[in-house]
Design a protein around this ligand. Sequence first.
Ligand SMILES: Cc1cc2nc3c(=O)[nH]c(=O)nc-3n(C[C@H](O)[C@H](O)[C@H](O)COP(=O)(O)OP(=O)(O)OC[C@H]3O[C@@H](n4cnc5c(N)ncnc54)[C@H](O)[C@@H]3O)c2cc1C
Length: 428
Amino acid sequence: MRYVVVGSGPAGISAAEEIRKIDSVGPITMITADPHPAYSPVMLTYWMSSRYPKERLFFREMGPWAKDHRVDLRCGRQAKAVDVHRQVVTLSPGEEIAYDRLLIAAGAVPLIPPISGIRAKGVCTFRTFADAEEILTSRRDLEHLCIMGGGFIGIKLACHLRERGLTVLVFEKEPRLASRIFDQRASDIVQEQLRRHGLSVETGAGIAEISNRDGWVSGVRLEDGRVFPTQILVVAVGVRPNTSFIEAPIAANGGGIPVDERMETSVPHVYAAGDVATTWDSLTSSPFSNAVWPAATRQGKVAGANMAGGRRRYVHNFSLNAMNLYGLQVTTAGHSLEQEGDDIRVFQEEKGNEYRKIVLKSGALIGFILIGDTSRAGLFLSRMKRGDIIGNPAELFTRISHAPSGLLPYMGFRHGSLWPRCKDSVCP
Ligand SMILES: Cc1cc2nc3c(=O)[nH]c(=O)nc-3n(C[C@H](O)[C@H](O)[C@H](O)COP(=O)(O)OP(=O)(O)OC[C@H]3O[C@@H](n4cnc5c(N)ncnc54)[C@H](O)[C@@H]3O)c2cc1C
């Protein structure tokens, strides 16, 4: 059995590890476009703060890892096409790798909105290690910059660049921050917390035009006419699945790659996992791209096991985000923005900077927002997974004394100081 894995992020790495647990002999080839395999985009923002060593970005030491797992690692190489009839992946004209089982774990790419001036130099995206380096090194005189997008990543990046001593201004087009996970109250609390720590955050502030001086970005004009100067503009308005090298029938029209609960696509022997895959929300059964680290890891494990002949199912798939904003713990999960209705009950509680909200559908917990006290996050999640009927919603608000501090910002996955220090940051 010849295995080919495209991508060395959490989905690709955990798939390869799972394959090796079952099949100790089948050759595994891992193709990765990045010259730095196995680094965590999650920790890139921390590194930007300058308080976090570069070597902590790498979650596997690739030299020993590839040797131990007998993986033929091809770094800095891009998969250009997949021929599902001949079962080959093309790297360049004439260079093909044949597979019996293929995993596509190519992640996502940043969205670039079609705004006038967006192609100016100094307008950066933020996804890869190279993106992070570009932001930090492209201007030696960097003192202030703007971020387009007040979502999860824009907010995290803003905090860490501020820690670095930069002046940061965030523009969010929607009336609230992270509008897919925060309601207005949650957004207000977070916005206030960011302001208290020296960040300027504007909501309802769409950027209409980007100006430049001699080709380098010099400022932004908002839809309401206000103009702000900037030395760099970081675009953080979301991502789309990275399927540019994939054709129908695996994926079509630039959407994600639809998979079943075994992480197999509609094409036999081809699997997909992580940000590139379209799964389904286990609470609503609707198609869903769960573009977070723990989902990528779990999906990779399921795909890897099944590629090697196992029988694993991917379950409990719903949105889950956790962050720590200058000591303010925030956790959101599931469908926390549903409005009170026939079948939907919403309960909330507020005290100063603390906010707790739960949403029940037909008596079962389907979503929550916890800000400040997140000690019950783990318990809420297990009740959501089990689909328990909540007889007495007030019971969910009871505080836990001496509780663990809820979910960690990286949602329980081993990160940062908990990782072994990885010595080699480049491809072996
Ligand atoms: C700045 C930032 C902060 C984040 N913060 C959090 C967080 O706090 N918590 C959280 O849970 N999630 C966070 N995420 C999301 C998380 O990082 C992703 O969900 C996760 O990395 C997805 O894993 P993946 O393996 O699917 O893809 P990636 O980690 O994106 O890996 C994709 C891999 O595919 C390779 N590749 C791409 N195209 C090709 C090609 N054509 N040929 C060969 N190789 C290719 C790439 O080089 C890379 O190795 C963050 C993401 C970013 C960018």
